[in-house]
Design a protein around this ligand. Structure first.
Ligand code: NI
Length: 185
């Protein structure tokens, strides 16, 4: 187990974007170890998703896991641990939906971001198998947030209204129960 340091906003590494993994890299012990480190780091931080650039590795690898006992997002539907290599996203339903997002690389803040409500993600597993998954609702937002990291984009770049950017304390105090757009939180 290796919990790595999470790179935080302001570090240019987060803005570079990530290269696709070459076919010969898939399934190697080095990549498997990197995935273990990504998972360990996400779990140690209480996150529900993380992308390789957040630990300083500029490759297209994302992990999502929504544990039933998630402390950061206690009301979400669970999602079993999954690794997404070289993911490609297709919008299936462009209807905007808004969620208050947080990010391990933007500590202490939440912001209300609108994104399409339905997506399909085509990806490779750690064993190199081609898979696809359809996501709606909050999970669709999670995918879009994590895949944005592979393009060097952070959720704060997508805030339509910076008045809806808050410390977690003020999010809980002023917005969590008050904002009608948060249908599922
Ligand atoms: Ni993030």
């Amino acid at each position: 187990m290796a919990v790595r340091r999470i790179i935080e906003i302001g570090d240019p590494v987060l803005r570079v974007g990530a290269a696709p993994l070459r076919p010969e890299a898939i399934g190697t012990p080095e990549l498997r170890q990197l995935v273990v480190d990504i998972v360990d780091t996400m779990r140690a931080s209480g996150g529900i998703g993380i992308a390789a650039p957040q630990i300083g590795e500029p490759v297209q690898a994302v992990v999502i896991e929504i544990a039933a006992e998630s402390t950061r997002y206690p009301d979400m539907q669970p999602f079993a641990l999954e690794v997404f290599l070289n993911p490609r996203i297709t919008v299936l339903d462009a209807t905007p939906q808004s969620f208050w997002e947080g990010c391990l690389s933007v500590p202490g803040l939440r912001g209300l971001v609108a994104r399409p409500r339905g997506v399909r993600v085509d990806y490779l597993t750690v064993d190199g198998l081609e898979q696809s998954i359809v996501a709606e609702g909050f999970l669709a937002t999670v995918f879009q947030h994590e895949l944005d990291h592979l393009d060097g984009v952070l959720f704060v770049d997508r805030l339509p209204d910076t008045r809806r950017l808050a410390t977690i304390e003020n999010y809980v105090r002023f917005w969590r129960d008050a904002d009608p757009e948060i249908l599922d939180l």
